[in-house]
Design a protein around this ligand. Structure first.
Ligand SMILES: Nc1ncnc2c1ncn2[C@@H]1O[C@H](COP(=O)(O)OP(=O)(O)OP(=O)(O)O)[C@@H](O)[C@H]1O
Ligand SMILES: [Mg+2]
Length: 575
């Protein structure tokens, strides 16, 4: 119950800015219902005057009849236009709000969701929720006013039949209410299955190379088919309950109609009712009973909207990262990691009391076997995750800033592990590093990343369009564009996570020398598996079993060389 109230509150809050439009839509819908009832009302005069060959009344009622049709056309056109605009505005702003929330959400919370699932919620569920509100509320109000007007008109014809009709209608609503509580969970399961399906499809499309080269085309089609079958099963289940409610409502409607029709016919035989009155009478009965059937359908629309709203509320509940609301630091003299402990899983500590002090301008090498926590450590510095114990401090002159209270992200420029380029031009990718930069600055960054030469050789230069994940560039070229993007940010702390792993030794050397050339401007932490990169570091640390051990660069090189054994003989650049 509490949850239902929360959902209703959420829907009310999202609807608030569009109340004026909703009222207009309700008014137009109300007028339309009255016009429809009025049409039924005057159809009596129209038919009776035609049967009596009374031309004067026929012309008069005929003109009014045409006018009501015209009014209906205009009102329907206006309300459709307003409805689409309102729905688009509402879903647009809802999607932007959700996206903004996701950009501010804690990394650990965000990572729990598959991007396909998030997409389904932001796009699919937003649409369902908005349609439920913008279509559903005016429709509900229109149905109600239509029902009321038709009932009053019917009452003026025959009280007894009007009351019988009104009593038969709500039976379908009661049945709808019984099935309704399960309908919402059916809707949620269907949306979840749709999310899983989209997520898998998205991944298959992104990793088509793996599917092709591992000859998994058939398997992936089969898996997709199975997911589709599951999706269908749930959708059929959901639709079954809608159809069940609808069928019962329609059966009730049919029986009521038959009963009332029989009474009407007997009255015509008795000559207590004219044919025209019978026509109007049948139309009005329809207008009293049909809203009940439509309301059961509308009921499921509202339930779907509520189910989708629940899924959107879940996204809105993702915790905001503290960095967003903290004051930002833009300079530092010293970065201090003080007793950092971190674990992804309880009782499985990954980092155990890491303490180190890094002076501005130092080039730090960080090595360690795969899975030891190097990326995790820099994720802590970037405040993507928070330490379980210990803290990260920044010293500027005589002031010490604890990153629990301050944001260090403006301070950091980052080249992540793996390919992280966006589809678009190379220039657009560079501008992710810093917007509004001059052409010379971009050239400078490309030069620093040893990327200028190959970019100039491309037919369109900086305007060359690259595909998803940098398709169209070699791995090493994509890495260099990612380095240029980071250099363009000109932040004082540069974090390179295996940023040169795809480069040949000469290019790696040139890039690292360029970065060292910026020494006074940048402090640099280089995570690497390659010995060659360590030659350019002032200090080198090894991360092992959750502890950080400092080694003389020369000693570390010798040690790693020794560990590498024969592999050094084959490839001296590997650590
Ligand atoms: N989001 C996560 N949730 C749970 N465990 C994680 C998560 N990310 C990483 N891990 C685990 O934490 C450990 C350290 O991962 P991390 O990526 O920091 O290693 P790494 O030293 O950077 O390795 P590599 O050299 O292969 O990049 C690994 O055992 C990994 O399985
Ligand atoms: Mg890593």
């Amino acid at each position: 119950m509490k949850q239902k109230v929360q959902i209703l509150k959420w829907m009310a809050a999202k609807t608030k800015p569009y109340v004026r439009n909703l009222i207009l839509l309700i008014l137009m819908g109300g007028i339309l219902s009255f016009v429809r009832v009025y049409m039924a009302y005057i159809s009596k005069d129209l038919i009776d005057s035609a049967l009596e060959r009374n031309h004067e009344i026929l012309m008069k009622t005929g003109s009014v009849f045409c006018l009501t049709i015209l009014v209906q056309i205009i009102l329907k056109w206006l309300s459709a236009d307003l409805s689409v605009k309102t729905a688009e505005n509402m879903s647009g702003s809802l999607k932007i709000r959700l996206y903004r929330h996701l950009t501010n959400a804690r990394w650990t919370d965000y990572m729990k969701y598959h991007t396909g699932d998030i997409q389904m919620r932001v796009v699919g569920d937003t649409q369902v929720a908005v349609n439920g509100i913008i279509d559903g509320i005016p429709k509900g109000a229109t149905l109600f006013t239509g029902l009321l007007a038709a009932f009053i008109a019917l009452l003026s014809f025959n009280k007894e039949i009007a009351l019988i009709t009104l009593l038969l209608g709500p039976c379908s609503l009661i049945f709808g209410g019984l099935v309704g509580s399960r309908y919402m969970s059916f809707h949620e399961s269907t949306q979840e299955a749709e999310g899983r399906y989209r997520a898998y499809l998205q991944e298959c499309l992104s990793h088509m190379l793996i599917i092709k080269t591992f000859c998994r085309e058939g398997d992936s089609v089969e898996k997709l088919r199975k997911m589709q079958a599951e999706k269908k099963r749930l959708a059929v289940k959901r639709t079954f309950s809608t159809t069940l409610i609808n069928t019962v409502a329609m059966m009730g409607l049919g029986l009521s109609f038959l009963l009332i029709f029989a009474i009407g016919i007997s009255r015509v035989f008795d000559k207590t009712l004219t044919v025209g009155a019978l026509t109007a009478y049948i139309q009005l009965i329809g207008q009293v009973l049909m809203p009940f059937v439509d309301m059961t359908v509308l009921f499921t629309t509202f339930l779907s909207a509520a189910g989708s709203a629940k899924r959107l509320m879940e996204i809105e509940r993702l915790r905001i990262e503290k960095a967003e609301i903290k004051p930002s630091i833009k300079e530092f003299d010293e970065l201090i990691l003080d007793g950092l402990n971190f674990s992804y899983e309880k009782d499985k500590p990954l980092l155990k009391g890491i303490s180190v002090s890094i002076k501005a301008g130092e080039i730090i090498g960080l090595v360690g076997a795969s899975g030891q926590g190097k990326t995790t450590l820099i994720n802590l510095i970037m405040q993507l995750i928070n330490p379980d114990k210990g803290c990260i401090l920044l010293k500027k002159e005589n002031t010490i800033y604890n990153l629990e209270q301050f944001s260090a992200r403006d301070l950091i420029s980052y080249v992540p592990q793996g390919n992280t380029l966006f589809s678009g031009t190379i220039e657009e990718n560079l501008e992710m590093g810093s917007t509004g930069t001059k052409a010379e600055e971009k050239i400078e960054a490309l030069k620093g990343a040893c990327a200028l030469e190959f970019v100039n050789e491309l037919k369109e230069g900086l305007n060359t369009v690259i595909g998803e994940y940098g398709i169209g560039l070699s791995e090493g070229q994509a890495q260099r564009v990612a380095i240029a993007r980071a250099l363009l940010k000109k932040a004082p702390l540069l974090l390179l996570d295996e940023a040169t792993s795809a480069l040949d030794m000469d290019t790696e050397k040139a890039i690292l020398q360029n970065i060292i050339g910026l020494k006074r401007e940048r402090t640099c932490i280089i995570i690497t598996h390659r010995l060659s990169a360590l030659r350019y570091c002032n200090r080198v640390f090894r991360l092992e079993n959750g502890n950080l051990k400092e080694k003389e660069p020369a000693k570390m090189l010798a040690e790693l060389n020794e560990r590498a054994g024969f592999s050094v003989f084959f490839n001296a650049s590997e650590a």
